[in-house]
Design a protein around this ligand. Structure first.
Ligand SMILES: Cc1cc2nc3c(=O)[nH]c(=O)nc-3n(C[C@H](O)[C@H](O)[C@H](O)COP(=O)(O)O)c2cc1C
Length: 172
């Protein structure tokens, strides 16, 4: 597993090649069985392929989302916070399940943070995406996960990237 994980880098440049329906379905299955607290699964997902909508998603933040206009697919991860107090953890794990499933299928992926981010001085990324995607009021948007065939190569991680001082055994 580690041999694979060290090659899983964030990909922000994608080929125009569409993601096959079967691969998307497999990613969706992976998301829907992500572990969640008390198995409540407070999340839902919006799978976006529409170019116009992707273009609008790319404008959802001041920094860090612009590449979304050229991605083949984006998963918007939302949750109903009333369903579970640890919905942030649940959403994060589901988003990472999407990333891991995509990467295991030979696809690239990148997380775009939405929660606590701003579109501009007046509007939060949250409000903007909810309005854009017709998300009902009670939901919160955690993040957007982009998926597609990579059109950039990135070095895999090695031990020089690992700060082993961060790991403590038995006591801090
Ligand atoms: C919680 C979280 C939020 C992130 N937000 C963004 C983002 O908004 N835009 C972006 O381009 N990358 C984002 N990333 C990707 C990180 O920048 C990336 O994982 C980090 O720089 C390490 O690079 P690597 O994934 O290639 O190893 C985010 C990653 C995480 C886990």
């Amino acid at each position: 597993m580690y041999d694979k994980l060290k090659t899983y880098r964030s990909i922000r440049k994608y080929k125009e090649t569409p993601v096959e329906k079967e691969k998307l379905e497999e990613i969706i299955r992976a998301a829907l069985i992500a572990p969640s607290s008390r198995n409540i699964k407070p999340w839902e997902f919006i799978v976006v392929k529409d170019k116009k909508v992707l273009g609008a998603i790319s404008k959802s933040k001041v920094h860090g989302a612009s590449f979304a206009k050229d991605v083949p697919v984006a998963f918007v991860v939302i949750a109903d916070p009333q369903k579970c107090d640890v919905w942030i953890e649940d959403c994060s794990i589901a988003a990472y399940a999407i990333q891991l499933a995509a990467r295991s299928l030979g696809l690239g992926s990148c997380w775009i943070q939405t929660r606590l981010r701003e579109k501009d001085d007046a509007v939060s990324s949250q409000e903007y995406l909810k309005d854009l995607l017709g998300i009902p009021e009670k939901y919160v948007v955690e993040c957007v996960v982009t998926i597609g065939y990579a059109d950039e190569a990135k070095a895999e991680y090695s031990e020089k990237d690992m700060d082993f001082k961060k790991v403590h055994y038995d006591f801090y």
